[in-house]
Design a binder for this molecule. Sequence first.
Ligand code: OGA
Ligand code: NI
Length: 337
Amino acid sequence: MEKLVSNWYKVGSVPENYIFPQETRPGNLHVPMIGEGIPVIDLSEADRSLTIQKILKASQDFGFFQVINHGVPERLMEETMRVLKEFFELADGAKQHLYSEDFKSDCVLFTSCMNYGNEKVHQWRDFLKHSCHPLHKWQHFWPENPPRYREIVGACSAEVKKLTGRILGLIGEGLGLKNGYFDDDLTERVILSAHQYPPCPDPSLTLGTRVHVDANIITILIQDHVYGLQIFKDDTWLGVPPNPHAFVVNIGAFLQVISNDKLKSVKHRVVTNTNKFRASAGFFVTALDDSIIKPAEAIIDDKLNPAVYKPFTAKDFISHYFKSDGDVGATYNHFKA
Ligand code: OGA
Ligand code: NI
């Protein structure tokens, strides 16, 4: 437990094994906020084809968008973030049993990432991670404290699963895929990773989450009111303004492949700050290990739009991604047609 950043973050300076190499440090922390620029999609908009167009354009240009009027009760989002915060605030003794350095356990409380033992530099964050779909299969592994944890996070997970189906329905229709393309095994795994980013004495030296793309189908994220998430667009870092009542949606690497590079899985990272705890809850929606990921038949065309990738299993991609130390370019290359 003493490894958790929240147990020692009040140090005077950033420990050496948290200092990122010069070229991957945050640099200028005052990056522009793309409040206007990052597309905000209103899901209550009556014109379905307009919504589809907006989502597709956002997914091509940014790989990211926020959704509002999404139908998930705002109160439930707030309660979810509150109960996660309460979990992290429990005394060590009350969460000790979930602390684990073994990523085969389903529900784990840990720090940085599951590659802690092999990474050169650690990330300035703690997290709680567990599966959340189907609920009945996983819920009994979840924290029993705070007492409302299972009920609130369960309700939120179910809502997020529904919302994901809706968003992927719109994306599938926009791409010209058959109805229900993403149902079943492509979205049968949902993992919640709840992050806590403690204040940091020098945010210019380290990162809360290092640069990466999400190796999944799609991510649906709640952020609290503290800024930190940045995306890489047109060779610069842009901030995603926090809106605790919106979901930040981002296209995962598998969806980029299925769309044959029409949609983009964009690099992103999280910076720290000197005085506030930041929290986020990411629902990572992804395929089962043995699911085949490949450019969708309906999209490719031997002459006009040949497949950019050969088929692969979800687990092969993940294993290459980790072996390449998170170099997604190298991973894509490995699976190029
Ligand atoms: C991630 C991620 C963003 C955040 O865990 O993949 O991008 O705001 N997190 O915590
Ligand atoms: Ni991410």
